[in-house]
Design a protein around this ligand. Structure first.
Ligand code: A2P
Length: 344
């Protein structure tokens, strides 16, 4: 390899961070060196990288010197504090938290949807919310005529990180062993339950997760689409499912939508009701694509369609999308920070 390219994963011990390392390795991202960072708690521990292991280093403000791209998934407050230092050191940040998503200085990007927004970036690029990513990958190819969207999500516990996975596993084990399950992560039991509550409640009685879907769709796809969302946590380990109703200006038949979607990048149509074939979270887990099925015309409305959209929230919803952004940066020769002081 001729040119040196050093990549860091910040939050490398977490559910998404581990998947980021796996994705970088599986896709043979052309890094000459990969470094793993997490909190002081994890310094010195090891995380897998292909057949090797990386020693985790403590994240500090001065670690970014010599790093070209840092992919962050360590929560909003870590991103708020450290991403400006990374950019200041000339390191391009791809941030998976919600911290920078609605900041006008930061492009919010899904490579299948709006890769051109990377041009002119200022050093921090935001990776959208997992539920928004899969919805827009499926919506982009048919978006021209879309005016109104109503979405309900069924989201896996891995969206809450390692602690969400552990809570569902522990509560399930406790219930099978006649023990009272403890709620440490979610306000109510998640095992054998459904919680219409993801992230905090806002003034308008929507949750922050629901408003992320609205605001991020406006920033990336079209500010004129009217979107409303209900986000629900379900006892599934990996894979978010979404029921999406779209109202179009002109009639789009289910058959036409099926043809367009089957040719769209990053999308697989799984839609054969007579054979009981439709997208499932368990099948999407570990896969790169966004799966779309149950495509049918809404009989309560003249020009509307119903879709069922499923994707691996940790992969396309987080790690893969972030790595694809990094790949797009390389392709477009955008691995540099023009104004490094911008965020400090
Ligand atoms: P650590 O394991 O050292 O706490 P998840 O979303 O799965 O909970 O993972 C969160 C990730 O963010 C972990 O890798 C965690 O590291 C990391 N993290 C949390 N707080 C900090 C911090 N203040 N500095 C660096 N990394 C952090």
């Amino acid at each position: 390899m001729s040119k040196k390219l050093t990549v860091a994963v910040v939050g490398a011990t977490g559910a998404v961070g581990r998947e980021m390392l796996k994705t970088l390795h599986d896709r043979q991202f052309p890094a000459t060196e990969v470094r793993a960072f997490a909190s002081a708690r994890s310094a010195g521990t090891k995380v897998p990288f292909g057949d090797d292991e990386l020693v985790v280093q403590e994240l500090k403000e001065d670690v970014f010197e010599g790093i070209d791209i840092a992919i962050f998934s360590a929560g909003g407050s870590t991103s708020e504090k450290f991403a400006p230092h990374a950019a200041h050191a000339g390191c391009v940040v791809v941030d998976n938290s919600s911290q920078w998503r609605m900041d006008d200085r930061c492009p919010l990007v899904v490579p299948e949807v709006n890769p051109e927004h990377l041009e002119g970036h200022q050093g921090i690029i935001a990776n959208p919310n997992c539920s928004t990513i899969q919805m827009l990958v499926a919506l982009k190819p048919i978006h021209d005529a879309v005016g109104i969207m109503v979405v309900s999500t069924y989201q896996a516990v891995s969206g809450t990180g390692q602690k969400g996975l552990e809570e569902l596993e522990r509560q399930t084990r406790d219930l099978f062993n006649m023990r009272e399950p403890e709620n440490k992560v979610y306000p109510y039991r998640i095992a054998f339950n459904v919680l219409p509550h993801i992230d905090v409640f806002l003034e308008n009685d929507y949750t922050k997760e629901e408003m992320k879907m609205v605001n991020e769709t406006h920033k990336m796809l079209d500010p004129n689409i009217r979107v409303t969302a209900t986000c629900v946590r379900v006892p599934v380990f990996y894979g978010h499912s979404e029921s999406v109703n779209i109202e179009t200006e002109k009639k789009l038949t289910a058959a036409e939508a099926r043809v367009i979607l089957s040719q769209a990048p990053g999308v697989q149509v799984v839609d054969n009701p007579r054979a009981n074939l439709y997208p499932l979270a368990v099948d999407a887990a570990g896969e790169d694509d966004v799966f779309v099925g149950r495509i049918r015309e809404d009989e309560s409305c003249d020009n509307a369609l119903n879709l069922w959209i499923v994707a691996d929230n940790v992969r396309k919803g987080a790690a893969l999308n972030a790595v694809q952004i990094a790949e797009e940066l390389l392709k477009r020769d955008l691995v540099s920070v023009v104004n490094p002081g911008m965020f400090l």
